[in-house]
Structure formats: structure tokens, C-alpha cells
Design a protein around this ligand. Sequence first.
Ligand code: SAM
Length: 207
Amino acid sequence: MQKNFWDQRYGEKAYAYGEKPNAFFKEQLLKLSPGRILLPAEGEGRNAIFAARHGWEVVAFDQSYAGREKALRLADKFGVTIEYLVGEFQTLSFARESFDAIGLIYAHFSAEAKSEYHGVLSSYLQPGGLIILEAFSKSHLQYSSQNPAAGGPRNIDMLYSEEELRADFANYEMLQLKEEVIKLEEGLYHNGESAVMRMLAKKKHAF
Ligand SMILES: C[S@@+](CC[C@H](N)C(=O)[O-])C[C@H]1O[C@@H](n2cnc3c(N)ncnc32)[C@H](O)[C@@H]1O
């Protein structure tokens, strides 16, 4: 999707995916001791602000300036501080192995870009670090075509499968990796039955 699309969506008054964190992200994060977390493609900051409220040092980024503005407003509302960079996967970079966790929540890209970004992101995570991922799976098309309010890309290449995730994160221990059909109630644009991939993966130590 175009940058303008996201700036326009985030230019609305209401939070596109709500102010509350994604449920799977919340559930997993609450089991961990706080550390340093990276949230790529973080939009209006609902997950970033939740992590900061629970003691995490948060670095978030997104290509959308309007997203950053809303995220910083949400941070103010809850009296927390986050670092939020505006930029794209292609142009930003972070120090190797400098994060304890990465949250990838509804970050959808073209098939080629997806694998490349996963590789780059992985280099930022320290061994033993965790990736928490929730994104629409390929079978979501049957739900979004019947109910557009469920949201998600219409291009099947941008959706996720278990095989792709296993291949992209081959040097990870899969603590959880499954496709689930859930009922999303996230703000204005994720509403209704949806097929998603949920992954909790731990980066293996190199021997
Ligand atoms: C569906 S939204 C998810 C936002 C947030 N993670 C959440 O769950 O609320 C997808 C986000 O990906 C961002 N995005 C898409 N392509 C990107 C890229 N190449 N680099 C950085 N952000 C990107 C968009 O700007 C948008 O904010």
C-alpha cells in the first residue's frame, strides 16, 4: 500500500486499530521481563505504548508521519516515553543484536520484501531474544472477501503461511506457531472473523 494511504488513514481522529494493544502481543509480552523492544511498522503506537507502560524501553518505527503523531499523543496520554522513528524498513538500520524482543503486528509486505525484512530484523535481535508476530494468514482472503471490515491486504503474497515463517525464521525455536481463526475487534479497520498466524519464536544461540 502507498504511504499516502497510511497517512490519510492515520489522519483521522479515531485510532485506526484502537488504542489498546493487539491481544496476542499483550498476552505474550506480559509473560516476559521487560527489556528493549523494537516495533517495526508500528502505525499509531498501540503496542509500543502498552510495552512502555509495562516497563519496556521501546523503539518503534513506521513510514507514516501521521502515525508517529498519533503514537506520541498516546504516549503523552499515558505518561510514557518511546523512541519513534519515521522511515522505511529499507532505509533504517539498528545495531546488531541490540534488542531483547521484536513485535511484528500486522506488518504486511510483498513476498520478496517480507523475507528480506525478516532477515534484517533478525540481525537486530540478540540470541535468546523473542519475536512476537501476529498477521493475517493466506486463508484470511475468504474472510475478508465476505466481510471487508475484517481488513487486511487482498494480495495473497502479502499474507502469511506457516511454511514461510518457518523458512524465514529457520534459526529460531518455535515456541508457538499456528494459524487461528479469531474474532478481531480492533478499532475501525480490523473487525470480524479473521484467519491469522500467531508466532512466538526464540532466536537460537550460534555455536
Ligand atoms: C496494518 S498497519 C499495522 C500498524 C501496527 N503494527 C498495529 O498493529 O497497529 C501496517 C503498517 O505498516 C506500515 N508500513 C508498510 N510498509 C512499510 C515499510 N516499508 N516500512 C515501514 N513501515 C511500513 C504502514 O505505514 C502501517 O502503519
